[in-house]
Structures are given as C-alpha cells and as structure tokens.
Write a protein that binds this ligand. Sequence first.
Ligand code: 2RA
Length: 343
Amino acid sequence: QSYVVGIVGASGAVGQELVRLMHERNFPLSRLRLFASARSAGKKLTVGDETIEIEEAKPGVFADVDVAFFAAGGSVTRALAENAVAAGCLVIDKSSALRMRDDIPLVVPEINPEKLTGHKGIIANPNCSTAVMLMGLWPLHQLFGVKRIIVSTFQSVSGSGAEAVRELESQVLASVHGDPIKRKVYAPYQIAYNCIPQVDTFGEDGYTGEETKMAQESRKIMGLPDLKVSATCVRVPVVRAHSVSVCAEFERPVDLAQAREAIAAFPGAELVDEPAERKYPTPLDFAEKVKCGVGRLRIDTAMDNALSFWVTGDNLWKGAALNAVQNAELMIERGWLKPKAAN
Ligand code: 2RA
C-alpha cells in the first residue's frame, strides 16, 4: 500500500526535514504534495530525483491526500486542519494549536502508541523540548514511578526557525570581523556567545510558554495529571539539537544500574554514560540522529528517591518531523491507516 502525502509548511525548517525523512526512510508514497503560503507557492524542491512544485495551502487541496503533515504554525493548523479532516485526510500536526485539546491525542510512539487509534482525524505531536526530555524520563518512570521533575533546557536556535540559524552565524562572523552585530530574532539580546533564559513569551505565573508546555504536555503524554514540573528554558548558541538537564524524584527507591539498563533498552534512547572516559551526549553528536542521547545519570543528592541526568536530541527530528513521521509509520505498520484510493 502507498499513500498520497501532503506536507503543509514544506519550505520551513521542520517542513524541509519532513521532506528529507519521507525520502530517506522510504515512506510508502504514491505521491508527495508540498504546500506552503502563497509567497512560496510555485517554488520547486528536489526530493531524491524528483522535482516537486510547492502549491498554495488553501481549503480544497486535500481531496486526494491520505496523510497531511502540518508544520506551518498554529494559525495555519487552525485555518486548514478541519478542512483536511473533512476531506478524509489524517492530519499529523506539529503545531501547538491543538495539543492540549481533550479530543486530540498527543502521541510519542515509544510512549503512548495506543492513543493513535483514538483520533478523530487529527494527531498532535509534542513540543521539541518535551519530546527530547521524555526519551530519558519515560523508561525511568516505568521502573520507579516519577512524581516530580525540575528541569533546565539548553535549546538550539533552529528551534526558532531558519532565520535564527542565520542570525547566530552572522553574529559570530560579525564578532570575528569586528563588524556591528545585528539583532533581530532574539532582539534586544545577542545570541552569539550568550545564553537567553527565555523561550516563548512570559505568562502571569512567570513561566514562559515553552516551560508551561513542558509541564502540560509531559502530563498528558505520560498519563500523569498530577506530575509536578518546574522548567527553566534557555536558548543557547547551538545550531541543532536541544539538551535538557533533569532532576527527577520517584515514588520508589532508585537503582542506578537498573536505570542505565532501562535507558539502554529503550528504543528512543542511546545510553552514553561513561564519565570516567568523559563520554556523555552532546548536541553536535546527536544532531540528525534518530535516538536521543542520555548520560550523566547519577543519584540526585538534593531529593530522596531521585535521579539526575542529561538528555540531548535533535529538535527538528525527534522534537518535530521525525516524531510525526514515526507516528504515521506505526499506524501503517499496525494497519491503522488505509489509503483512500485502493492500490
Ligand atoms: C523552540 N520549542 O525551540 C520551540 C520550537 N518549537 O523554540
């Protein structure tokens, strides 16, 4: 069986990774259609040996599409997702617009794949920092039962889009050459040689949107409505891959050897944890990797029954495009996704 797949937001940072993953993972395509705003429509993208023209994303374009990956932001999802669903198309959405709606499953396939059967046409995907963090936390939760996490993130600029990557690079060059440093995406702050303790806008409680997402989405995905979460999200001058430092308190006594074994056995994680050899995961090592790296595992000294660890993973892959594709792949594997046209 093969599928007509649409990518909405094909010219953006996540859209481009979706196109690449479709090709590299041999997704069973009968046709790939690329959609973007009217501004990008008409541009051509090369996918393998095929050249595909980008079409304008607008109501009515989904008639033959079996699965549409939405990666164009919340406003496009709000404007077009229901139209796609009405055309019988499964929407796999990367935006935050619908994630917390009770009737929409929020799925990480290694954690809650059973939710893929309960959809009403739309499946949401988590925020990048949440997805990466859970690749370390979930296997430990299964062993010891997590009840509280205190986390800090170290988020790469690609999470803010392609313009932010160019901004970091241009600021580094300007600094090296002694030229004036232009600040736009992170204005008034400079991102080169800096850390910015703000990702998204502040809420009334003093937490940013990103920090609130980490709390709410972790609870929904893990099915733990009472999980206590305090997050501090920080933008760092890294191009690709987000990292998270996690202190996690558990219901039951923890055991380091068991924790390491569980991480090593978990399909979403690679254990890189040999402190004596100075081996631990870094963003440069885990950019463009399917698995997230977990290391620095240790008994936490500030809380009882607690572990501290470090996890790093590709924000554009596990944090975005890859998780969405894995959801679709799993549905196909389990026979939960049928093409509209018999083939
Ligand atoms: C970021 N969470 O890294 C965003 C991307 N969705 O800013």
